[in-house]
Design a binder for this molecule. Structure first.
Ligand SMILES: Cc1cc2nc3c(=O)[nH]c(=O)nc-3n(C[C@H](O)[C@H](O)[C@H](O)COP(=O)(O)OP(=O)(O)OC[C@H]3O[C@@H](n4cnc5c(N)ncnc54)[C@H](O)[C@@H]3O)c2cc1C
Length: 396
């Protein structure tokens, strides 16, 4: 295959930037255009709910020397339509021989006439941190990863924090209720008021309205109930959309020459034998390596063991694998203590692990999951035995 003369990347977040970097690393010498809706050059999002909120960081730019990539950057421009070999923005039209969709995701908002904030962009984070003053009544809707991290930063800044969660446990959608419940005491210990089973029906000017009609007053409301892939602009393009842009294991969409990576893409996972979409930094970092190689003629597959981390109430929480098809959960250590792990098994194979304050367990779990080893469950449950030594027949 000949190298495409013009590659257009839509979305100037981590995944979009990484596509341009990888293409240049692989020696691509053609025209590269990077279109980004935000006015800022590519920046990192994980610190937005951590050090940027606490005031320890003001700028999370990913690459100060963008010039060296020789990319035509079109910032502050939103793509509005994908046509046959063209991308149209509000300002111009760009022709492509290959295009990469890397538009990420947008936060879900709730109904109501009150002001609701979200936490997705640097502007969101900088605006929010101005409001996190001692005594301010902050209501966070949703106790997922972002809600928990925001509660961490806001309590540290002295805000009066209430977290409303519709499910019966924090992080339920991400890790299930059993593991999510282990994080409940973290909220009270930090001074946050976590209320489970509380469905918010509307955001009002003076607070939030709950399903029983009750009003909870608030000075600031942040909705953190999840995101949707940012793909509405692709309607009518012919690109198959199914929980984001549906791509195969080579990250190719249903339209030839159109690839997708990062939060907006649901890719075929050979490992898990299904389409999966993740909102993981690690995926936005690495999937572009495969997309770039395939744009240049390779036939590489992207087949990761997914990895995610979160920093909550002074704890490092890490998750590796995918527990969607797991049959059993094994605790390793006491979840009431400072360091523990939860391990998911399918048959006698480890398929996912969540660790709290145990980076070594996380790494060893990752290797076991990658290798597909059978594990001795008694050893796995014993925090005195290294996870790798639970592999039957020797560790990988
Ligand atoms: C506050 C926060 C904290 C996080 N913390 C962690 C963490 O601790 N650990 C972890 O693993 N992951 C974390 N994540 C997730 C991680 O940051 C994302 O998975 C990653 O940013 C995805 O990168 P992306 O490039 O696919 O999408 P994005 O970063 O969303 O970038 C997409 C870009 O495309 C732009 N765009 C959208 N539509 C268009 C259009 N039509 N035209 C042009 N441009 C468009 C968007 O404006 C955006 O700038 C966090 C995310 C957030 C928001």
């Amino acid at each position: 295959m000949t190298e495409p003369a013009r590659v257009v990347v839509v979305g100037a977040g981590l995944a979009g930037l990484r596509v341009t970097e990888e293409l240049r690393t692989l020696g691509y010498g053609g025209t590269l255009t990077l279109i980004g809706a935000e006015g800022r050059p590519p920046y990192d999002r994980p610190p937005l709910s951590k050090k940027m909120l606490t005031g320890e960081l003001d700028d999370t730019s990913l690459r100060p020397d963008m010039e060296s990539l020789a990319v035509d950057m079109r910032l502050g421009e939103s793509a509005v339509a994908l046509g046959d070999r063209t991308v149209r923005t509000e300002a111009a039209e760009y022709e492509w021989d290959a295009v990469v969709l890397a538009t990420g995701a947008v936060p879900v908002r709730l109904p109501g006439d009150g002001q609701q904030r979200v936490l997705r962009t640097a502007d969101d984070s900088l605006a929010l941190r101005q409001l996190l003053r001692p005594g301010v009544r902050l209501v966070i809707v949703g106790a997922g990863w972002i809600g928990a991290e925001l509660a961490t930063a806001a309590t540290a800044r002295g805000a009066a924090v209430t977290v409303l969660e519709a499910a019966d446990a924090p992080l339920e959608a991400a890790v299930g209720s059993q593991v999510g419940l282990a994080t409940v005491p973290w909220y009270a210990a930090a001074g946050a008021d976590l209320r489970l089973g509380q469905r918010v029906t509307a955001i009002r000017p003076d607070g939030v309205e709950l399903s029983r009609g009750e009003m909870l007053p608030a000075d600031v409301v942040v909705t953190a109930v999840g995101v949707r892939p940012a793909v509405s602009w692709l309607a009518g393009s012919g690109v198959l959309l199914d929980n984001g842009v549906a791509v195969d294991a080579q990250l190719r969409s249903s339209v030839p020459g159109v690839f997708a990576v990062g939060d907006c893409a649901s890719f075929w996972s050979s490992r898990y034998e299904r389409q999966l979409r993740f909102e993981h930094w690690d995926i936005a970092l690495h999937a572009p390596e495969v997309a770039a190689a395939n744009i240049l003629g390779a036939s590489s597959e992207y087949n990761p063991v997914p990895y995610f981390w979160s920093e909550q109430f002074g704890r490092m929480v890490q998750y590796v694998g995918w527990h969607g098809a797991a049959e059993r959960l094994i605790w390793r250590g006491d979840p009431a203590g400072p360091k523990w792990a939860a391990c998911w098994l399918s048959g006698d194979r480890l398929v996912a692990a969540l660790t709290v304050g145990l980076p070594r367990d996380l790494l060893q779990s990752r290797r076991l999951i990658e290798a597909g080893n059978r594990v001795d469950q008694g050893k796995l449950a014993d925090p005195g035995i290294a996870i790798r030594d639970s592999a039957i027949g020797g560790h990988p």
